[in-house]
Design a protein around this ligand. Structure first.
Ligand code: HEM
Length: 433
């Protein structure tokens, strides 16, 4: 989500106006804000998500004025309809409202700068910008990068200590997708650390609460990252090549994308790697905690594809997926009015018993597996093939090299962010025999 709830005008007048007449809120005492930001919930959100899902598919929260979607069918409908989009300028009480612009111009500037790019665009601008990159990110085109991905993976594996305890996030899950993303855009290795800092600072834009310091850091990172991308693209204008740099430069030269859209899209496509680190960490931890499933995968690597889908379903890295209503939209039994913001809660949607048998069971043979970890509709994650390939390479390489992969301490979940579920630390011990 690209906004912070602390910018919602929560005066009584606004809230009264926001309560739609056809939504029963009486008796609905779910403390959404408290729940979604509670460190206990963030360590293990599934019992609470089950509770709210059982109470209804679509909820209105009179405190924040937000709608929450907890079931698969309703989320699918919301993700697909053209009545709801990802352009949050349609959110009447969001960052672009006159009240919020006047009250907090710094935040307004931050989001205004970030706005022009595919993830924040509605039709038809969304199709125009996404179609620039769609083909390049399909599995067929992505396979040309396999040798590079395997090489980046091998370098990190070579540095893992035999039998010594190591933080898997620090030593492997954080750097691997990051390095792959930078190489895709021909960014040299000496920039790895600087770009990682920019991406980390910018990632707070997705959280539902941002501190003033995080806003300032995000603003600086945004300025520096975009300037770097501008210079990087310019340096390649004489020799753009036929990769992602060439595609970006051609779209800017023909006017398919404005300069702002080009810079933001390139920065976003590089930043997307951050989510893959959650799949690597959450996925490996889930395998370790389900040893029979881990053994099954070791014995039959043909199950890798369905195993990764199950990791995405069972422990999704993106926790919330927003849509802003352009027109009124009937979502299940609830009418979401134009100007409202609705949030899909992926952890609840992915364990909806109406969609999945035994939803709380981790089953790497589950097939079909229509999870929503990559969102849905026109905005479904453009990097999903890249994420799947990265993870397949990584898990295969880890199992090829190490006969034993065990916990070496307590894993620590992020408890300071509600938009993503990932691991701060995953202490592991790797053994060859
Ligand atoms: C496991 C890894 C990943 C997960 C769980 C994930 C998740 C998501 C989700 C939930 C969305 C929003 C979809 C919606 O609104 O319906 C999204 C969109 C997007 N993701 Fe990913 N993502 C991952 C990896 C990546 C990677 C590696 C990239 C880099 C190319 C990337 C780039 C994007 C972009 C550019 C969008 C916006 C697409 C659009 O608006 O058309 N993601 N992703």
């Amino acid at each position: 989500m690209s906004e912070t709830l602390d910018r919602i005008d929560a005066s009584d007048d606004v809230l009264d106006a926001a309560v739609p007449p056809d939504v029963a809120t009486e008796g609905d005492a779910i403390d959404w804000w408290g729940m979604l930001t509670d460190p206990k919930f963030l360590s293990n959100p599934y019992p609470d998500l089950k509770r709210v899902r059982e109470r209804g598919a679509v909820h209105f929260d009179p405190v924040t004025g937000l709608y929450f979607v907890t079931r698969s069918r309703e989320f699918g409908a919301m993700a697909k309809t053209l009545d709801m989009g990802r352009d949050t300028r349609f959110w009447a009480n969001g960052w672009n409202s006159p009240e919020n612009r006047a009250r907090d111009p710094e935040t307004y500037e931050l989001f205004r700068e970030f706005q022009p790019q595919m993830i924040n665009a509605n039709a038809p601008d969304h199709r125009r910008t996404r179609s620039v990159y769609d083909k390049a990110f399909r599995p067929g085109d992505m396979t040309r990068y396999l040798p590079m991905m395997e090489e980046e993976c091998r370098k990190l594996l070579d540095a893992l200590p035999d039998d010594g305890p190591v933080d898997f996030m620090d030593a492997f899950a954080n750097p691997l997708p990051h390095r792959i993303s930078l190489r895709l855009f021909d960014i040299p290795a000496e920039m790895d650390e600087t770009v990682a800092k920019w991406i980390a600072a910018l990632s707070w834009l997705g959280n539902i609460v941002m501190s003033p310091e995080q806003k300032r850091e995000a603003q600086t990172a945004q300025r520096e990252f975009k300037e770097y991308v501008r210079g990087h693209l310019a340096s390649r204008s004489a020799d753009p090549g036929n990769g992602l740099i060439g595609i970006s430069l051609a779209a800017a030269a023909t006017g398919t994308m404005s300069e702002e859209e080009t810079l933001n899209n390139v920065a976003m496509l590089i930043s997307g790697s951050r989510t893959t680190l959650t799949l690597l960490g959450n996925g490996l931890l889930t395998l370790i905690r389900n040893p029979a499933q881990f053994e099954l995968l070791r014995a039959d690597r043909g199950l890798m594809r369905t195993a990764i889908e199950e990791m995405l379903r069972y422990e999704p890295g993106s926790s919330i997926i927003p849509r802003a209503a352009i027109n009124d939209f009937q979502c299940g039994e609830v009418r979401i009015p134009a100007g409202a913001l609705a949030i899909g809660l992926v952890g609840a949607i992915n364990r909806d018993p109406e969609r999945f048998d035994n939803p709380d069971e981790f089953d790497i043979t589950r097939n079909p597996n229509h999870h929503s970890a990559f969102g849905g509709g026109a905005h479904i994650c453009i990097g999903k093939a890249l994420a799947r390939m990265t993870t397949q390479i990584a898990f295969n390489a880890l199992m090829d090299r190490f006969a034993r992969i065990e916990l070496a301490g307590e894993p620590v979940w992020w408890t300071d962010r509600s938009d993503q579920r990932g691991l701060e630390r995953l202490p592991l011990r790797f053994g060859r025999a």
